[in-house]
Design a protein around this ligand. Structure first.
Ligand SMILES: NC(=O)N[C@@H](CC(=O)O)C(=O)O
Ligand SMILES: [Zn+2]
Ligand SMILES: [Zn+2]
Length: 361
């Protein structure tokens, strides 16, 4: 299908449109209950599929829990939505390899999520001792079930800005060396170290997802000129050189990098606290922001690969058949500053610059 760029003069201004395959989001938090109900339409409007994160309370650990969560998502779908949730299992030290294999074989879950215990929101049921999950990882390598990682160590001695790079050395590389054939997705990477690690891997077993917001913000956005809780997410945004490496990877067309938004809704009440929650809510304007980023890099021809082809190929799924059209206008387009949920308002990510691309109805 490829990309079609149309430039046609219209009255005064130039209108530009791009048509791509409908995108996939390979890292999404939908939560549950009233929050699920409110945030789901923000994703299904643009995305055909999303990899659903299992960090609920209690976490989605078993095949039965994943099947039940999928049913709750399907019941919350807006009328007429064409959307497939791809479920994940939350890896714990008690995960049963046979239950996990059943979830994979029956198409209930497509991947397993590794949270180092304490690394991020609702990760306390995650892994403390990586040796304890060795049999599960071996089973996953055997059946070809991918491992998605929240790649940060939790050692309090390690500076928070170094936790991703240290995770690669201390956890990821040893796991991959000990488990040949294990397919791994480094999720929401934030450093040039991670970009280089993915680029240096051979054998096709390693890929990485990148969020939209990490292509836009660096740590100054969080900390300079006053603290901005709505830009606080984990892994925390790093310095500008890292952001530039992420932009280069995402816009390059390299099949090992693809979109996982990590859209992570928290109510404003939970963000704006002395100890506020980590997460940016980006589902509403991801495609608009990405089009802007790719346009600035003269890389609109790779937007489809990043959002609709590379991830599907890595997860061994067919690409979507439907299309999504983005239209550029000279006048900036606006998005709501927040969405209402039954739990309270959730602020929508503000890229900090004018957006010109919108998804056509
Ligand atoms: N990214 C975040 O800052 N938060 C995520 C958890 C995660 O993906 O690490 C969340 O569930 O809120
Ligand atoms: Zn994470
Ligand atoms: Zn996440």
């Amino acid at each position: 299908m490829g990309i079609r760029l149309h430039l046609f003069p219209k009255a005064m201004a130039m209108t530009q449109t791009i048509t791509l395959r409908r995108p996939d989001d390979f890292h999404l938090h939908l939560r549950d209950g009233a929050m699920l109900q409110a945030v789901l339409p923000e994703t299904t409007r643009d995305f055909a599929r999303a990899l659903i994160m299992p960090n609920l309370v209690p976490p989605v650990v078993t095949a039965a829990q994943a099947a039940a969560y999928r049913e709750r998502i399907l019941s919350a779908l807006p009328a007429g939505a064409d959307f497939t949730p791809l479920m994940t299992l939350y890896l714990t030290e008690d995960t049963d390899p046979n239950d996990l294999a059943r979830a994979h074989a029956e198409g209930i879950a497509v991947a397993v999520k590794l949270y180092p215990a304490g690394a991020t929101t609702n990760s306390h049921s995650g892994v403390h001792n990586f040796d304890k999950v060795r049999p599960v990882l071996e089973k996953m390598a055997e059946i070809g079930m991918p491992l998605c990682t929240h790649g940060e160590v939790t050692d309090p001695e390690v500076d928070i800005f170094d936790r991703e790079a240290v995770f690669i050395d201390r956890v990821l590389e040893p796991i991959r060396a000990a488990t040949p054939g294990l397919r791994v997705i480094m999720e929401h990477i934030t450093t040039r170290t991670a970009v280089s690690y993915v680029r240096g891997a051979t054998g096709g077993d390693l890929a990485a997802s990148i969020t939209m917001h990490h292509l836009i913000i660096n740590r100054n956005h969080i900390l300079a000129g006053g603290i901005k809780p709505h830009y606080y997410c984990l892994p925390v945004a790093k310095r500008e050189t890292h952001r530039l490496a992420l932009v280069e990877a995402a816009t390059s067309g390299d099949g090992r990098f693809f979109l996982g938004t990590d859209s992570a809704p928290h109510t404003d009440a939970n963000k704006l606290l002395p100890c506020g929650c980590a997460g940016c809510f980006t589902a509403t304007n991801t495609m608009s922001c990405l089009a802007e980023v790719f346009e600035r890099e003269n890389a609109l021809q790779h937007l489809e690969a990043f959002t609709a082809l590379n991830g599907a190929a890595h997860y061994r799924l067919p690409a979507n058949t439907g299309t999504l059209t983005l239209t550029r206008s000279e006048a900036p387009v606006s998005f709501p500053s927040h969405i209402e949920t039954g739990d309270g308002p959730v602020t929508v990510f503000d890229p900090g610059f004018a957006l010109h691309w919108r998804v056509a109805e």
